[in-house]
Design a protein around this ligand. Structure first.
Ligand code: FMN
Length: 301
């Protein structure tokens, strides 16, 4: 199951999704030792931000709804974490966000100097320059922000896309044209809302939130399928993957790697090891390799 992704040797096909287990070296290292091949940090922003009030996350059984609100200490207030992470022995992906093109570039340039193995830009958050729109739903703003970040970093760049884009494949093409080395799809679906019928109020303090976990898998698979048809760069398929069979399905849609977020809650931190074993079992029982099945859903029968 060993592979190489953007020149980085990986022990298997699993990736920790951003925002699930924070940014401390100890916990990220534990994730690596629990079977995860590429470990993504929580998104780092341009300024200190508290995030939303509690409750921020609700488990719906078939998935989760969250409005964490991108809490971040601010990119230049993490010296302790960066010092620790400099001594890591595992592949690290740093995730960043901004409120404008200039902010994205500033955070990216700083973070790149901390030498993560790869940087992921989360282009699914509000763009203050354009009155609350999201960079990832328009091809021109996606192109602009990816080009700006690409110019100031010296590690490979992943663009993380939102399923809120009306045509996610065209956004992926714009990111590829702007110099992205890979695509990660998808961020949470929504926004959605859950109302407590006794109190007659939305359950989340922020009222609305993004959906994740098993219930979004068909949306994620469709997005990866559409993106695979449109770009040549590799894709991290993410959204609802809980089992090895889910991961196999994502590979058949066209993913090279498979991201795991909410399933850490459902199956524990060693979900990466479990998913890898289950993928191997499936491949063995079907007498085939990852290469045989990658993008298989695109072949007409
Ligand atoms: C509690 C929570 C926090 C998240 N924080 C971030 C974040 O900081 N940056 C980001 O790009 N995605 C964030 N995400 C989205 C996940 O990385 C992932 O794209 C999404 O949950 C779908 O994957 P899953 O179904 O495996 O959870 C968050 C998701 C959850 C549930």
């Amino acid at each position: 199951m060993k592979t190489e992704f953007l020149g980085i040797p990986l022990k298997n096909r699993t990736v920790l999704a951003s925002g699930i287990l924070g940014n401390s070296k100890d916990i990220l290292e534990r994730v690596y030792h629990s079977g995860c091949a590429l470990v993504t940090m929580k998104s780092i922003g341009p300024a200190p931000r508290d995030g939303h009030k509690n409750p921020t996350v609700l488990d719906l059984g078939h998935g989760m709804i969250n409005a964490v609100g991108l809490p971040s200490p601010g990119y230049d207030r993490m010296e302790g974490e960066w010092d620790e992470l400099a001594r890591r022995n595992f592949p690290l992906c740093a995730s960043i966000y901004g409120g404008s093109v200039a902010e994205y570039a500033r955070v990216a340039e700083f973070v790149s100097q901390k030498k993560p193995d790869v940087i992921e830009i989360n282009i699914s958050c509000p763009n203050s320059e354009k009155h609350g729109m999201i960079f990832g739903v328009h091809t021109d703003s996606a192109f602009e922000v990816v080009s700006a970040v690409k110019q100031v970093i010296n590690v490979p760049l992943i663009a993380k896309l939102t399923p809120q884009a009306p045509d996610i494949a065209s956004i992926a093409c714009a990111c590829e044209d702007a110099g992205a080395d890979a695509i990660c799809a998808i961020n949470t679906v929504g926004p959605g809302m859950v109302i407590d019928i006794e109190s007659r109020q939305p359950v989340l303090a922020f009222k609305k939130g993004g959906l994740s976990g098993p219930m979004i898998k068909p949306v994620a698979v469709r997005c990866v399928y559409d993106i695979f048809k449109a770009v040549r760069i590799p894709i991290i398929g993410l959204g609802g993957i809980t089992t090895g069979e889910d991961a196999i399905e994502m590979i058949m849609a066209g993913a090279s790697l498979t991201g795991i977020g909410s399933a850490v809650r459902y199956r524990g931190i060693d979900v990466f090891d479990k998913v890898t074993r289950e993928m191997n079992d499936w491949l063995e029982s079907h007498n085939c390799s990852i290469e045989d099945i990658k993008g298989a859903a695109h072949q007409e029968t």
